[in-house]
Design a protein. Structure first.
Length: 95
């Protein structure tokens, strides 16, 4: 489930690269918290893909992961392709 959500997040950014709402993930979002951040390595995968932590230690601000505007879209597209390939292979071997 975590990989499906990460794929959706990456695909949304690639489809709407100028829209900042797709580049910000609220760590306290219940769906993300349960399905991505609770998954071992979920947060680390996002950080490795270029997301940066913001809002930590700021009074009244919840923690967020933000993909910077200058993030490499080619690398993000490669991450999307890798996620799609992994998920397709997983479906083919489990069925």
């Amino acid at each position: 489930m975590a990989l499906h959500i990460m794929l959706k997040v990456v695909t949304n950014i690639l489809s709407n690269p100028a829209d900042p709402k797709y580049r910000t993930l609220k760590v306290e979002n219940s769906a993300l918290k349960a399905k991505v951040f609770a998954c071992p390595g979920g947060r680390e995968l996002l950080l490795a893909a270029g997301w940066r932590t913001e809002g930590v230690g700021k009074l009244g601000r919840s923690e967020r992961l933000v993909l910077p505007e200058d993030a490499n879209m080619t690398e993000l597209a490669q991450a999307r392709d890798a996620l799609e390939m992994f998920l397709a292979n997983r479906l083919n071997t489990s069925g």
